[in-house]
Design a protein around this ligand. Structure first.
Ligand code: ARG
Length: 588
């Protein structure tokens, strides 16, 4: 289905053509003077230069052509040559009826269905999820859902940090504490136990302890490095411990992502591409891309147009070990072979941008990534507390995601119970939904690249540009629809009104923008566009609601039109918030 503004522009273009002008001049946009008109067209102004004619003359001719237009109820030429437009209410209704009937509200599948890999999440094993993991999870999940909605084939990969130094550190510390474990006996050739030699709680304590010791103790650090190298070169006992670490961690991570309603298609990690590294490194050398510099193997990635100095990409450290660049390059190689994607998106902290520039350039120049593969870094900004610093626990530690979520849920639970009598269980479920909406919307309504303030007070408010406000609006619609049904009437198959009042027409016009919004959000990988849409729709709905008697309307046909409009509004809001990764409760 054509997008709303395109349909409107189509009418205007026809008018320009009929009057003897270039049809492309007939582009219509939303009015920047909503007090004067709903839409506008500045084509006569642009045409004046081409046709050497006063713009107002052209505008007048266009108005003449639009006399019996079904699209515009008002078209006025105003000095010096603007076209001020109002839409015919019947036209708006017709468009919405079509949208209402169409699958996915008439959103067209893009000309080419792309295969897109999204790399988001990026947690590291043996470390609990903390507030810092919120942004990639929330943003990545939403982009995944948006791209999928428009019809692309999308693969979400968590890309675990499960290889390298931290693992060597954990093994070293475990050995300190339990030297007699069978895993450390090099002469042992039997099977290793199924049961892990630690719990998740122990693991989460072991890792920071080991990493702390490495910073202070050179000898300890050397042992950890050795353990890392032994693990990577395949020492049986270490591999067995590593598998335990992975299993215990992934079980815990899955549980926590589940709570955020974030779901990955792939649970792969850095370790999964380890096998590809030797061959890849060989090819980099053979192709003449990589050379040794101070013992390290590097690839030059400088380009003439660079404004800043760009250091070479290190593909092997001087001790011959792989690093973060190496695993990311090998992962691109893997993804190319496995999926031949059109794009790989990385939703990662924007402070890692340099790393990705180096990796992308190396991948492109060496052919690890095909020329046609779009490698995109979607760097997100920092989430700060109200006083501008990073978010910490009260005693300055890292704030676990689990605790933060529970804290917000509890807060919402109290608020909901104050508002409304709900059975205990429903109140908890509702609190969970509202809390998630508060956090996710608070994040997604900002452009991803910007830093933002994690202002819980504001995010959880039932008023203003917040998740709970949206849910509240949706619950309000649900409640009206329920009351209507309770009076014995059906909400199915009703026809929209030709809108008579301003608020009804404005709500309809706002809804009609869904197609254009979703297309832009997908192309720009921009969930904040979805937020802007739902907020505008919620506001338009609430204006309509406050000025209209819906349930007490006596004209039955008209009332049915209202109910049809409410039903469509709710469906569009539901689809939109699903793209943002949260859902609305029945009551709150
Ligand atoms: N584990 C990494 C970190 O904690 C983030 C991974 C991001 N994705 C990637 N392909 N590098 O910084």
């Amino acid at each position: 289905m054509k997008k709303f503004l395109e349909t409107v522009s189509e009418e205007m273009k026809a008018a320009f053509e009929k009057a003897g002008y270039d049809r492309e001049l007939g582009k219509v946009s939303v009015s920047n003077r909503p007090d004067l008109c709903e839409f506008q067209c500045n084509g006569a102004m642009a045409g004046a230069k081409i046709y050497k004619k006063a713009p107002i003359m052209i505008a007048n001719e266009i108005v003449e052509q639009l006399k019996d237009s079904g699209c515009f109820s008002e078209a006025e030429a105003v000095m010096p040559g603007f076209l001020n437009l109002k839409l015919n209410p019947a036209f708006v209704k017709k468009y919405l009826e079509e949208m209402n009937q169409a699958e996915r509200f008439g959103v067209e599948t893009p000309g080419k269905t792309e295969t897109i890999v999204i790399d988001y999440g990026g947690p590291n094993v043996a470390k609990p999820l903390h507030v810092g993991h919120l942004r990639p999870a929330i943003i990545g999940e939403s982009i995944k859902r948006i791209e999928r909605y428009v019809g692309h084939k999308v693969i979400g990969d968590v890309h675990l940090g499960d290889w390298g130094m931290p693992l060597g550190q954990i093994i070293t510390e475990l050995r300190e504490r339990k030297p007699d474990l069978i895993y450390f006996d090099e002469s042992y050739e039997g099977e290793y136990p199924e049961e892990p030699p630690f719990t998740i709680a122990e693991l989460e304590e072991i890792y920071p302890c080991a990493s702390g010791k490495c910073k202070k103790d050179e000898e300890y650090k050397a042992r950890a490095l050795q353990a890392t190298a032994d693990l990577q070169s395949g020492r049986r006992g270490y591999r067995a411990i590593w598998k335990h670490i992975l299993k215990v961690s992934v079980t815990d991570l899955k549980k926590n992502y589940e709570k955020l309603d974030v779901h990955f298609d792939l649970w792969m990690g850095e370790s999964d591409v380890d096998d590809l590294i030797p061959g890849m490194v060989e090819d980099l050398k053979k192709g003449g891309y990589a050379y040794y510099s101070d013992g390290a193997l590097v690839v030059d990635v400088k380009e003439e147009s660079d404004k800043k100095e760009l250091p070479p990409c290190i593909v092997l450290k001087s001790d011959g070990a792989a690093n973060y660049e190496t695993t990311d390059l090998a992962t691109i190689l893997y993804r190319e072979r496995e999926f031949a994607p059109d794009a790989i998106l990385y939703v990662v902290d924007k402070r890692q941008e340099l790393h990705f520039v180096q990796v992308f350039r190396t991948a492109k120049k060496s052919g690890i990534a095909r020329e046609s593969t779009s490698l995109e870094f979607i760097g997100f900004g920092t989430m700060n507390s109200a006083n501008g610093t990073a978010i910490k626990t009260r005693d300055g530690g890292v704030l676990r995601l689990e605790y933060l979520l529970r804290q917000i849920e509890d807060q919402m639970y109290e608020k909901i119970r104050e508002n409304k009598e709900l059975p205990e269980e429903e109140a908890h479920e509702t609190a969970r939904k509202v809390a998630l909406a508060a956090i996710k919307y608070g994040d997604l309504s900002n452009q991803a690249s910007k830093d933002y303030i994690f202002d819980l007070e504001r995010f959880t408010s039932f008023e203003g540009d917040t998740g709970p406000y949206l849910l509240y609006t949706m619950v309000r619609i649900k409640s009206i629809l329920n009351k209507y049904r309770e009076s014995g009437k059906s909400t199915e198959g009703l026809e929209l009104n030709v809108p008579e009042e301003k608020a009804e027409k404005e709500l309809m016009t706002e809804l009609a923008g869904f197609g254009a919004m979703i297309e832009t959000a997908a192309v720009e990988r921009a969930p904040h566009k979805v937020c802007a849409y739902v907020y505008a729709v919620a506001n338009a709905f609430n204006s309509f609601y406050h000025g209209t008697k819906i349930l007490s309307e006596e004209d039955e046909k008209k009332q049915q039109g209202y109910i049809a409009l409410l039903t469509l509004t709710l469906r569009l809001l539901e689809s939109s918030i699903e793209l943002l990764g949260f859902e609305a409760p029945e009551r709150m």
